[in-house]
Design a protein around this ligand. Structure first.
Ligand code: PLP
Length: 454
């Protein structure tokens, strides 16, 4: 093959690749990158031949595990039948149509209309554009603002980064002007002296105040990840989602769920909004797990009601991407969902997810583990210098990265995010592999504790 084979050759070629969400200067200085060359099941292999447990499922996405023949064959068969056609203008193709129908069946209630795109960022961006179209057509063009939250991650386009937590979007986005950030719903860090119930009331009061301050007539939607992912795996207080939705209904604000991570089994259901959080969003956005990452595909799934308005007699729906509903992506989605159904993967996660969760929660006895949080196969570990005061380590210590490096040396890929470590493995993990992850993390954290400056 013409591909670079050795680590040295791969990294030499890779000097031309601009990484995403990386400290590019540090990469330039140290050249420290991991080249993953192959993958099977829950394991990946790096260019030095190390076999690693994929504790992050690629990037919260390889839900059915790597190298599943059923999906690969479906993609291959699709490409030899129809390599590409778009879903623009009057065109469609059977694979995209079938996936749209399948998603409509799986999604709650009257979420029956599917607009495909290429990535979660674009699906989120699209949701807002669609709602802007919607309100324009209803003759209420002032409804443009978006309510989001501190700690959110909705993507990297100009609009989705603006909806993401402010430190990331700062100075980058003209779209900042249309986004209002509500409080981060993280009781352990933000709750102060309040009880969890009081904290929940405070969050809802804060949301109501913001709505009344800017005026509901100026707000298009509230967008929320049911569990915040890249913001540090934040699970809001119980009852939060439903109360936030009720407030949205009261003020005629659309309730949008970014289920890019939480859908397709990670929390034990195809969609989490209704099954786990008792909500019925007006729009659900998906990506990642819909194809288990085998092909890039995302979607903005909307209600019949929204679709009725945007498909009214007022002209063209001016939105869409060339690769929306790409045949290979749609084939991957259908095969992936079929596999999940045959193997009853969501049900299985309802059994193994709590085992994974409890295995990680048990690390809470370690001195530097402040909070272990999340649900099922979506977990985060927050490290603290002082457990009682919840004080953080100096950022320069790179505590998350230190633990992640140790873990990788011991055969586990975990994702550092500042002082937090994220685990989002494939959903096919066995109980034995779950125990192994727990052991590797315990050893890694203990070793790092021993090496910290006193
Ligand atoms: N929304 C959430 C909750 C995500 O976690 C991500 C990516 O991690 C995105 C949106 C953006 O998706 P993408 O990277 O496919 O554009």
């Amino acid at each position: 093959s013409d591909l670079p084979q050795t680590t040295e050759d791969i990294l030499a070629a890779d000097a031309h690749l601009v990484q995403s969400w990386a400290d590019l200067n540090a990469l330039k200085q140290t050249g420290a990158r991991t080249a993953i060359v192959s993958a099977k099941g829950v394991m990946v292999r790096d260019s030095d031949g190390n076999e690693l447990l994929d504790g992050i499922g690629g990037l919260w996405c390889v839900n059915v595990g790597h190298g599943r023949k059923e999906i690969i064959d479906a993609i291959s068969k699709q490409l030899s039948t129809l390599d590409f056609y778009s879903t623009f203008y009057t065109f469609t193709h059977p694979t995209a149509a079938a996936l749209a129908k399948k998603l409509a069946q799986l999604a709650p209630g009257d979420l029956n209309r599917v607009h495909f795109s290429n990535s979660g960022s674009v699906a989120n961006d699209g949701a807002v554009r669609i709602l802007h179209h919607y309100y324009e057509r209803l003759g209420r063009p002032s409804k443009k603002l978006v309510l989001s939250r501190h700690g959110a991650y909705h993507g990297s386009t100009y609009l989705s980064i603006a909806m993401t937590t402010p430190p990331y979007s700062k100075g980058w986005s003209r779209a900042e002007g249309i986004v209002r950030h509500l409080r981060k719903p993280h009781f352990w860090r933000e709750g102060g002296d309040m009880t969890e119930a009081e904290f929940l009331n405070a969050l809802i009061d804060d949301m109501r105040t913001e709505i009344e301050t800017v005026g509901a007539e100026n707000i298009a939607c509230f967008i929320q990840e049911p569990i915040m992912g890249a913001g540090g795996v934040i699970v809001p207080p119980k009852g939060y989602h439903r109360r936030a939705q009720d407030l949205c209904r009261q003020y005629d604000i659309k309730f949008v769920a970014d289920e890019v991570v939480t859908a397709f089994g990670r929390l034990g259901h195809f969609f989490a909004s209704e099954a786990v959080f008792d909500t019925r969003p007006d729009i659900i956005n998906i990506a990642k797990g819909v194809t288990s990452g085998y092909q890039p595909l995302a979607a903005t799934i909307m209600t019949d009601e929204i679709h009725d308005v945007i498909s009214g007699p007022d002209g063209v729906f001016t939105h869409g991407m060339t690769y929306a509903g790409h045949p290979a992506g749609a084939a991957a989605g259908l095969a992936n969902i079929a596999l999940m159904e045959t193997e009853k993967l969501p049900e299985r996660v309802r059994h193994t997810g709590p085992i994974f969760e409890n295995t990680l929660r048990a690390l809470g006895d370690l001195d530097i583990v402040g909070e272990v949080r999340g649900s099922h196969f979506m977990m985060g570990i927050e490290f603290v210098k002082d457990k009682a005061k919840k004080t953080l380590f100096d950022a320069g210590l790179n505590i998350g990265m230190r633990v992640a490096r140790k873990a990788q040396d011991k055969g586990l890929v975990a994702r550092p995010l500042g002082h937090i470590l994220i685990l989002s493995p494939p959903l096919t993990l066995t109980e034995e592999q779950i125990a192994q992850i727990g052991e590797i993390l315990r050893e890694s954290i203990t070793e790092v504790m021993g090496e910290l400056p006193r």
